[in-house]
Write a protein that binds this ligand. Structure first.
Ligand SMILES: Nc1ncnc2c1ncn2[C@@H]1O[C@H](COP(=O)(O)OP(=O)(O)OP(=O)(O)O)[C@@H](O)[C@H]1O
Length: 477
């Protein structure tokens, strides 16, 4: 930059003697800018040009209609101002051209503008008049001579320049109007797009809530059907395996188990089998007794049984006893199976009873996302419901922890503290044999919910079998 400053040519004497009209003093002010700023125009490039024009612009009183036809000097000034305005508004034009126009020193201000006029006119040739280089030179020369010799040629040249500038102004105004229109259209478009986006979001939200509603309705319908089926199955199973009856002993009422038809039949079979077995065993014993007595007192050959007969009878008894034993074993195995089914039935009865008595049994949606379905089981202080996560679209287990309303505030706080500590530990555990903990939230002052990974019955059965396997191994070792 220092080198450039040295190469600045010496200031040329001012040779723009046009007397500024009273209506355009600013232009003169601009003409009287210090030489250094003019000479540094080339060095600073476009930025300086813009600054200079921005300085002049506010002081221009009549951008649109200040070009009085009768006043050539005033017209030239006004034309120069219009050019300045154009300089400011068309910054994207080739900067080298600008530099070319302006770089002719202070004295060449009019000339520089002339060059730009030609350039810009060429650029906007669609609507403006094309000016040759000769005209441009004439114009710049005229600009410098106007106040000295306002001859006919100069007047014509000025007229030409004026009409050129008018054309340019008109063109620029047209461009400006177009730009304004475009801006308005753009605003309208962006408004419309914003509205459409909002509508789309609303629709999406509506669609989502509709989907949620449809999905939860469907899940509720399925769960209701499952509940109905569970109760029907319970009735059938109760008839087959047994039911809980009420027994009254004085003032004490207690629950007892009453066997169902299948167990009654099985027990009857076992009883009759046992009776048969006893009868066969009795018969065998009597045979043995008779055999030994026959041997001892030497009975006659007609009444006494031969050794072979004894052996045959004994064999028959033995084989009957063996088959009875096999049958008995089969019945006992069946009874064990019934016992298991009975245990399941009792649990199911308890589950359904708990479900009927639960305050969460009417398919609520918790936390705006968990659709409660059927009760899975009841813990010490909790009820566990199968639920569907309407956001993540997966089954989960919602464990609803109920604090005892009778507890003191201190005890409740202690329980919550423990539960939160458990939650904080549990949520970090990731293992195939540990159910994941997804979420925790409060339902009311006495109830909060933890959301767990759902373990289906299939998994539960697997883990049951695994447990049985490990128990057997433990017993074996
Ligand atoms: N993640 C799960 N998936 C499926 N069923 C579950 C799940 N968690 C619990 N259950 C069911 O709920 C029943 C009770 O749950 P759990 O054994 O966790 O209660 P608990 O530990 O006794 O309760 P508390 O924490 O209140 O003492 C279980 O027997 C099981 O049937």
């Amino acid at each position: 930059m220092a080198g450039k400053a040295v190469s600045v040519p010496p200031p040329s004497p001012p040779h723009h003697p046009v007397v500024a009209p009273a209506s355009a003093p600013t232009f003169m002010d601009q003409e009287e800018l210090p030489e250094s700023s003019s000479s540094s125009d080339d060095d600073n490039g476009e930025e300086f040009l813009i600054q200079k024009n921005t300085l002049k612009r506010p002081r221009s009183p009549d951008d649109d209609h200040g070009l009085a036809l009768g006043n050539f000097e005033g017209s030239a000034n006004a034309a120069a101002k219009v050019l300045d305005v154009m300089d400011t508004r068309l910054p994207s034009e080739n900067p080298s051209r600008k530099r070319q126009g302006r770089g002719r020193g202070r004295g060449g201000t009019g000339r520089g503008r002339g060059s730009k006029t030609v350039d810009q006119t060429r650029h906007t040739s669609a609507s403006s008049v094309t000016v040759s280089n000769g005209q441009h030179d004439k114009l710049t020369n005229m600009d410098s001579r106007t106040s000295v010799l306002p001859g006919n040629d100069d007047r014509t040249a000025l007229h030409e320049e004026l009409s050129l500038l008018r054309g340019k102004v008109a063109f620029l105004e047209e461009e400006l109007n177009k730009s304004r229109q475009e801006v308005t259209e753009y605003h309208q478009l962006s408004d419309r797009l914003a509205k459409e986006l909002k509508d789309f979001k609303d629709q999406d939200q509506q669609k989502k809530s509709k989907q949620m509603k449809v999905l939860s309705d469907l899940l509720i319908a399925v769960s209701k059907a499952e509940r109905q089926e569970a109760r029907m199955k319970l009735k059938q199973e109760s008839f087959r395996l047994g039911n809980i009856g009420v027994m009254r002993a004085g003032t004490v009422i207690s629950e007892t188990w009453e066997d169902g038809q299948a167990i009654k039949d099985l027990n009857a079979h076992l009883k009759s089998l046992l009776e048969t077995k006893e009868a066969v065993e009795r018969h065998r014993k009597s045979l043995k007794k008779r055999q030994s007595s026959d041997k001892g007192d030497g009975s006659d050959a007609e009444t006494s049984m031969s050794e072979e007969d004894f052996l045959l009878q004994d064999e028959i008894c033995k084989s009957r006893l063996t088959s009875i034993k096999r049958e008995e074993e089969q019945y006992l195995r069946e009874r064990d199976r019934y016992e298991l089914e009975k245990g399941r039935l009792i649990r199911e009865m308890k589950r359904l009873r708990d479900e009927d008595g639960s305050r969460f049994n009417n398919f609520q949606i918790l936390h705006h996302r968990y659709a409660l379905l059927n009760l899975l089981g009841k813990g010490g202080f909790s009820e566990v419901y199968k639920a569907f996560d309407l956001v993540e679209y997966k089954y989960v287990a919602c464990k609803l922890h109920g604090l005892n309303a009778q507890w003191s505030e201190e005890k409740k706080q202690s329980y919550i503290r423990h539960a939160i500590r458990e939650y904080n530990i549990h949520k970090t555990l990731v293992h195939t044999n540990i159910v994941r903990l997804w979420d925790i939230f409060e339902i009311d002052h006495n109830t909060f919910c933890t959301v767990l990974e759902y373990c289906s019955a299939r998994i539960s059965m697997q883990s049951l079998k695994q447990r049985q396997f490990f128990q057997k191994r433990k017993q074996g070792s």
